[in-house]
Design a protein around this ligand. Sequence first.
Ligand SMILES: [Zn+2]
Length: 301
Amino acid sequence: MKPQEHVRVSLLPAGFLTLPEHFFCADQHDKNIKNLVPSMSFLLEHIPSHTRVVFDLGLRRDLSAYPDNIQPHLRTRQPIQTVPDVCDSLIHGGLDPADIDAVILSHMHYDHVGTPSRFTMAKFIVGYGSRHILQNGMNYHSAAHFEKDLLPSDRTIELPVQNILPQFTHPIEITTHFTNRLSSFSPGGQQEWKELHPFDNVIDLCDDGSFYIVDSPGHLLGHLNVLVRVSSDRWIYLAGDACHHSRILNGETGMAEWEENGRHNLKENGFQGGSVEVVLAHDAEWYQNNLISIFPGAVED
Ligand SMILES: [Zn+2]
């Protein structure tokens, strides 16, 4: 690795909402216990190419701008705070949303999609199946309402289907579509999923082994994580909603999904010889312990 091949990670506060703890923890049986938790966004600056990526957009500043059919659900998540939102947090640190080159959305739930229209120059990178969810919705619970016109179709890159089994090879048209879109963003970049131990499917976004998009199925179709190198021996893994609560990650309580794909090994075994810090989108404790990383600050390397 060359010294410059790393990513600067800054926390972008993007709202708070109130979630019942029993949703996340198999051992929490009291349904009245709720926590005010952040919905964190992150600015990821790839140092060699000066590329600025935002991972997740948090809560929408104007709650009334969410669709009518999601309003009853929002009332169950009060109190909700939406100021500052991700755009306020960028501006606070000296950037404008229009300065952002790409937005990666972990998934399409309302508390992660913010206000995409503010990112007027960004390409939106989403997991396979996300377009289908936005167009057709899902019917399994009250938060599962989606907006057909959430993302600009001419700037949205839906990643190709993952390498689940050898016979499920990439549909040609999707791969081509993706290659064309991202080539101007990362010339010569790796545009197809590949296996990279312990992950079944990653994309090397900047083609230098410092910034990986990681396929992370389970929470919602097309769920993505990001793994970035912050120094020669340190990585940060942004886990979105792959796992909601750090107590699960620490093995104090159970959640089967997290066992997939070898991710539980990350904390113990590291990655490519470096330590890995796993950050969950709604981890209030991590937020409080990392206020210094709020943009224009950054996670220390
Ligand atoms: Zn969430």
